[in-house]
Design a protein around this ligand. Sequence first.
Ligand code: SAM
Ligand code: DTB
Ligand code: SF4
Length: 337
Amino acid sequence: MTPPNRATKNGVLVRPTLEKLEQIYYRPLFDLIQESRRVFLEFWPKNEVQLCTLLSVKTGGCSEDCGYCAQSAHYNTGLQKERLMTTEEVMPVAERARQNGSTRFCMGAAWKGVRDGDPKFETMLETVREVSKLGMEVCVTLGQLGDIEARKLKEAGLTAYNHNIDTSPEHYKKIVSTHTFEERLNTIGSVQRAGLSVCCGGIIGMGENETDRLKMLEVLCSLDPEPESVPINCLTPIEGTPLAKTPPIDVFELVRLIATARIVLPKAKIRLSAGRDRLSREAQALCLFAGANSIFYGDKLLTASNPGVDDDRALLESLGLEPQAPYSDQAQPACKL
Ligand code: SAM
Ligand code: DTB
Ligand code: SF4
């Protein structure tokens, strides 16, 4: 079924153009939020927020030069490089995540990509096989992959693959030189062909302008199928990286982006991701009102800090929001479609 807020022409879905996105994004803020709230309640009628736990299973020493990243070997960020965690090491963390109410477990590795046949990839497949038995959604972000690797991950029980486009195609070149925007899209293509859900979003606050952010959204809307989840990260400035001194974003620009994403990608989980610990409770509340319905839960992201679990519990409680119920307790997914 076509979402009602998406125009169709002769039954064919019309993807929003940059012009259309600008019309939505630049409305008076309260009009924009009113519309995003309407769409949000239509597709996500429960007052729920998905809690996701993130674990860095292989930290640091990455060959890529992404200008925002603590884990790039190109910059001296003071991060201790670590080997790949074994399945036995990951399992207790995943079990604790489930006990604490997470319904999604995301594992990240600081790699350029993965290759079938590599023993490290075999370890990841084994870990995915075991974690998937716990009944949570399982997501990994391992860098570039092809059709074979995506198919094997799907067979191992993976739900979703996270591979962000991070910014507009134009701005991407200013942030990363060791791989291209096109290569990011190729990996996403393999993930889609394998029948995995795509988790794809970006970072704001890397010196891009608002048009870059809308161009990023235009690319996300052009993905077929659309991304199942869209992480919106605010840059966490990392000492030693080229973006260390980038000023923080205006919070209303973040709210505008989330609201616009909710309107044009109504079925997606919009995840308020990195940078939450620099947002006030009020700012987070506005993001959750405007359309965000998922957060990373736990005091650490991959390497950077995240609000403590007690603070997050208190925030949700004071807003009257519930953590998304675990799958086993749900008669049907929270999204109406
Ligand atoms: N190596 C894999 C890749 O690049 O896809 C996976 C790990 S990477 C750390 C995953 C995502 O985390 C990036 O695409 C980016 O969106 C986000 N991220 C990394 N460092 C960040 C930072 N300092 N601030 C905000 N987001 C960040
Ligand atoms: C995503 O978009 N954000 C998460 C997850 N996908 C893997 C990662 C955020 C990383 C923040 C910086 C750090 O912890 O090093
Ligand atoms: Fe490596 Fe991913 Fe960090 Fe880029 S974002 S340096 S690919 S870990």
